[in-house]
Design a protein around this ligand. Structure first.
Ligand code: ATP
Ligand code: MG
Length: 419
């Protein structure tokens, strides 16, 4: 038996605990060890006269962060942190930690992020770091539960493709026998095409890859994309789905954010004006990161909301598969959702009509012949909408972290390929 209980669930009386030596205090005839496991900490007391000489010696020499098993009696104690302590009878060093530790994990000294990620799994021994990934796990579970309750089917689209999804340059080529292949940048064209089958609500959750050489606090080369597509002929259904989904998931995961039932919505044109009036530099056809931040401030001040939708983006900077507006073909039925001033989803109503889709591809200067998925659009494709949500960005913002890497277990960027 490795343990009779986790630390947080201890009862008074005889217990066996296993965990890491967080701290050690040697008072001569008394030795205190703060033992921790994933649920919490407890003070373990070794009294020289009450344990064997061997036990006392072992406890004295154990190094910080070693994995140990201790047996003893849990007693309430006013002086002990948490109001209880374990009076030890024996200790076994199951696996010692070398000294010195490669990074500081006592929480007393800051280690820089790069170094921390070099030692990610050791860094995770800090409760505030472990909390990030526990919350992510709960949040993702809640997203999935919601989708299933709404009648969505989870599908698993391949991440190896011979087709360059959005015509962009940011693909990772892979050696695929004697053929040219790429890591998928998104499951977009598959999640749309599958709607031809009659399944009318799908989602996919998995890594996607972007060969973006940026060094920013919001870009990874591999990120977890929550991708949704469903049959509808109105974009507002996609906005509403996101509102309900995020309300449910944040609530279920116990993450506190300012989240109204209905999110404020502004057009791209209005968004540009708001950002400009707040001093942001603008780009003609897209929101700059600074404009996104200003819109985040605006949403908070004007609507007490951490969220704001920007809709109707110019076709110029949006992908070909979006439907262009009937009377304003320079604009698209599209949206970005900003969370605390950062884009977390992009989506819109898609172009389901074969001829129009081909037109859009040509308008982007791309060759329709190169798009294998198009053939599916000739056989009764229903109208549809959808979006992609970046999990790491959501967690980063939800927990007010300052870099997407903090919210990513094993971040991949142009420099980093390990651990
Ligand atoms: P940005 O303009 O911020 O670079 P994008 O518009 O290129 O993002 P989309 O293709 O719209 O990104 O992807 C949908 C969602 O996936 C984004 O809203 C974001 O949450 C997430 N995402 C996109 N690129 C990255 C990336 N490199 N790293 C982490 N998350 C990303
Ligand atoms: Mg986008």
């Amino acid at each position: 038996m490795i343990r009779s209980s986790y630390i947080a669930h201890l009862k008074e009386g005889e217990e066996v605990l296993a965990g890491f030596v967080h701290e050690k205090r040697d008072l001569g005839k008394l030795l205190f060890i703060i033992l921790k496991d994933k649920t919490g900490e407890i003070q373990v007391v070794f009294k020289k006269n009450a344990v064997s000489e061997e036990t006392f010696k072992t406890a004295k020499k154990v190094s910080r962060e070693s994995f140990v098993k201790v047996q003893g009696e849990v007693k309430s104690s006013e002086k002990a942190p948490g109001g209880r302590e374990l009076i030890a009878k024996s200790i076994e060093i199951i696996n010692k930690a070398e000294t010195p530790l490669p990074i500081e994990i006592s929480g007393k000294v800051e280690t820089n992020l790069d170094k921390r990620i070099d030692w990610r799994f050791l860094d995770m021994r800090r409760p505030e770091v472990m909390r990030i990934f526990n919350l992510e796990s709960k949040f993702v579970k809640a997203l999935e539960d919601f989708m299933h309750d709404e009648g969505f089917t989870r599908l698993f689209f391949s991440r190896i493709t011979g087709e360059a999804t959005e015509g962009g340059a940011d693909y990772f080529p892979v050696l695929y026998f004697d053929k040219e292949a790429f890591l998928a940048q998104s499951p977009q064209l598959y999640k749309e095409s599958v709607l031809l089958s009659g399944i009318d609500k799908v989602y996919d959750l998995g890594f996607v890859y972007r060969a973006e050489p940026h060094h920013t606090t919001r870009h990874l080369t591999e990120f977890m994309s929550f991708d949704v597509e469903f049959v509808t002929d109105e974009m507002k259904d996609a906005l509403q789905l996101q509102e309900k989904l995020l309300n449910y998931a944040f609530n279920k995961a116990g993450i506190e954010v300012r989240i109204p039932k209905r999110f404020p919505v502004v057009s791209f044109e209005e968004a540009q004006e708001i950002a400009k009036s707040r001093g942001a530099e603008l780009e003609k056809h897209d929101l700059t990161p600074e404009a996104e931040r200003k819109l985040g401030e605006y949403a908070l001040e004007s609507y007490d909301s951490d969220f704001i939708f920007v809709i109707d983006f110019p076709f110029e900077k949006k992908p070909f598969y979006l439907m262009r507006k009937e009377n304003e073909p320079d604009l698209t039925y599209s949206f970005d959702l900003l969370f605390k001033g950062l884009e977390i989803t992009s989506g819109g109503l898609r172009e389901h009509r074969y001829e129009k889709r081909v037109e859009n591809i040509k308008a982007k200067g791309l060759d329709p012949e190169k798009f294998d998925h198009l053939r599916f659009f000739k056989y009764g494709m229903p109208p549809h909408a959808g979006f992609g949500l970046g999990i790491e960005r959501v967690i980063e913002k939800a927990l007010n972290l300052s870099n997407i890497r903090e919210a990513t277990l094993l971040p991949r960027d142009p420099e980093r390929l390990k651990p």
